[in-house]
Write a protein that binds this ligand. Sequence first.
Ligand SMILES: *Cc1c(COP(=O)(O)O)cnc(C)c1O
Length: 219
Amino acid sequence: MSIASKITELHNELPQDVKLVAVSKFHPSECVMEAYNAGQRLFGENRPQEFAMKCKELPQDIQWHFIGHLQTNKLKLVLPYAYMVQSVDSLHLLEDIEKWGSNNDKVIRVLLELHLGAEETKHGLTEDEITEILNSVSKYPHVRFCGIMGMATNTDDESVVRADFEHIAALKQRLVASHPDLPDFKELSIGMSQDYKIAIECGATIVRIGSDIFGPREY
Ligand SMILES: *Cc1c(COP(=O)(O)O)cnc(C)c1O
């Protein structure tokens, strides 16, 4: 199926209130344009250089989401262009984003990335860290906290995936309930090509879909 027809199919399939971030990493700008011409406007990338390059050369009305591990020395490649950084995975990174925002007079939208226990290799914050951050948002006037992001355990076992998503969804609900002070804190970014249907059942407001749209990646 072509990229354009895949986009159309997903736009028809996804509930109105679920946003589709098309993950175009490792695919050339021509592929992004094919999706763009089919009406897609939200795109996600996970490598700073590629992110900056595509942001500069592609249409300005694209909403770019950064979804990868971000090192402090790469902030300047990402933050000038990012609509949102979905992958804030350490306190250190959050503090540096605040510093960059302060120096550049910009407020950065972020999602806090929850580390789901089962995966040893992935980055992310613990629930306690997320709770603590949200209890001290006044330290981060240049950060807008928009919700949380997470990845399910990498397994074919749907019940494990569902349990992960239900866990993160429950955390989000608790945080929303305890933070009427944060009206923007409402996004739950869960779900990729393999598991987005389960994610939507669990309350996803953003899904991040790559290979299902653009085909397999050649690393
Ligand atoms: C690559 C990536 C995706 C998309 O994965 P697919 O399986 O290709 O849909 C989603 N989220 C993050 C954080 C990614 O790095």
